[in-house]
Design a protein around this ligand. Structure first.
Ligand code: FNR
Length: 394
């Protein structure tokens, strides 16, 4: 089944014209209700793995609070007859300022896993960032993907030959950028997952790039079972010794643009760029790593100021609505990565669920661009925002 990429505004029209009967069985359009709907269809351990945060959940709350502190101050009668959602990222024009964040092990929530996700993303015209810990290999996901850009996220292994092999495979199968995640040298302290004793990769789920990799396989006997695979994976994953100096080595491995994901401090952003990165992703991993960390949006303006205008800066962690996307762009992001909500869409209705959630986000973004009076994603700036509370007197 191939679905066309609909214009964002079509969603509202289609739903209203279909009326209440046409809506029966459809996944909710309410971003806040998505998580509860997913809780109903997922088993408790899987739901906790997706929704859970590190420690007390403070970082997750900080992500949302950072968005809530900013309010939009719209401008009227600006004659916004057309909206332009497109943005430039890494020198390429993207139809919208949204990409899918890398999330591990999609088969934990839907049997078709990343294959359904990449198809749903293509249906909505949104690029997919494939996690290092995926249930389908780089090549399988490439074969299922549409013609649009897609990126590969690297968890840097301790074995350089394996790193080089994964990067080569990403290049050979048409991924157009490399996202190196640096906020996960070891897994965060996640009480919900610990209480369930559940981490998909330790059960062999999410290791498809590794089991299909010639360098990884060469280190194992030909008939190695899940136990040996997981043991070897655990031995090459979690690179505690990494330093910025090593980024130059990775940079030298590939001509693909490199983005460093998981940066909050402006000095780290500068360091990433000085080490050869083409951009940074301001992120705290959705609150899953360090408890008590700063909200990602709270760090965005400082990171943008540190690297200047010419460097790609993306943001994730806590983006839920069209207004959130607008706030991130107004504070200096070129685009955002959308995380958990699309995984809830996948859990609820596979490919169609991913497409639906993305269409909802883009429809709301389209509406917000009209209602703010800005009209174009690239026209957004901090003058659209005010801190919550009364405006200063003119
Ligand atoms: C993630 N994230 C993540 N990041 C990454 O670089 N590689 C990965 O494999 C994963 N895996 C992963 C699994 C799950 C279940 C979640 C929820 C998240 C982090 C992800 O890319 C992104 O930073 C967060 O999802 C952003 O937070 P929100 O907006 O989804 O809350």
């Amino acid at each position: 089944m191939t679905m066309r990429t609909a214009a964002p505004g079509d969603l509202l029209r289609d739903i209203y014209l279909a009326g209440p009967d046409g809506r029966a069985g459809q996944v909710t359009t309410n971003f806040e209700a998505l998580e509860e709907a997913a809780r109903v269809v997922l088993d408790p351990a899987t739901f906790a793995f997706v929704a859970g945060n590190a420690g007390t959940g403070l970082t997750g709350r900080a992500n949302r609070e950072a968005f809530d502190r900013w309010r939009l101050v719209p401008r009227a009668l600006r004659g916004i007859t057309r909206r332009d959602l497109s943005v430039s990222v890494l020198g390429e024009r993207l139809p919208t300022p949204v990409l899918l964040a890398p999330i591990s092990a999609h088969t934990t929530v839907h049997p078709e896993g990343e294959l359904a996700t990449v198809r749903g993303a293509a249906d909505a015209g949104v690029p997919f960032v494939l996690s290092s810990y995926a249930s389908h290999s780089l090549e399988e996901v490439a074969a299922a993907a549409g013609p649009g850009p897609r990126w590969f996220q690297l968890y840097w292994p301790t074995d350089d030959a394996l790193t080089a092999s994964l990067v080569r495979r990403a290049e050979a199968s048409g991924y157009t950028a490399l996202v190196v995640t640096v906020d996960n040298p070891s897994i965060g302290y996640r009480p919900a997952d610990l209480d369930h004793g559940f981490l998909p990769m330790l059960r062999g789920v999410g290791l498809a790039h590794y089991t299909s990799d010639p360098v990884f396989r060469a280190a194992l006997p030909p008939n190695a079972g899940t136990k040996e695979v997981v043991r070897h994976w655990a031995g090459v994953t979690g690179h505690l010794a990494l330093t910025w100096e090593r980024l130059a080595w990775l940079r030298g491995l590939t001509d693909l643009p490199v983005l460093v994901k998981g940066v909050l401090h402006p000095d780290d952003a500068r360091r990433a760029v000085a080490s050869g990165a083409d951009g940074v992703i301001v992120s705290n991993h959705g609150g899953r790593q360090l408890d008590g960390a700063a909200g990602a949006l709270d760090c965005l303006s400082a990171v943008r100021a540190a690297v200047g205008d010419g460097v790609t800066v993306l943001l994730d962690s806590g983006v839920r609505t069209g207004s959130d996307v607008v706030k991130a762009l107004a504070l200096g992001a070129d685009a955002v990565l959308y995380g958990r909500p699309y995984l809830y869409g996948l859990a609820l209705d596979g490919r169609a669920g991913v497409r639906h959630v993305l269409r909802c986000l883009l429809a709301e973004l389209d509406v917000v661009l009209t209602l703010t009076g800005y009209g174009s994603a690239e026209a957004l700036g901090p003058e659209l925002l005010a801190a919550a509370g009364p405006l200063p007197l003119p």
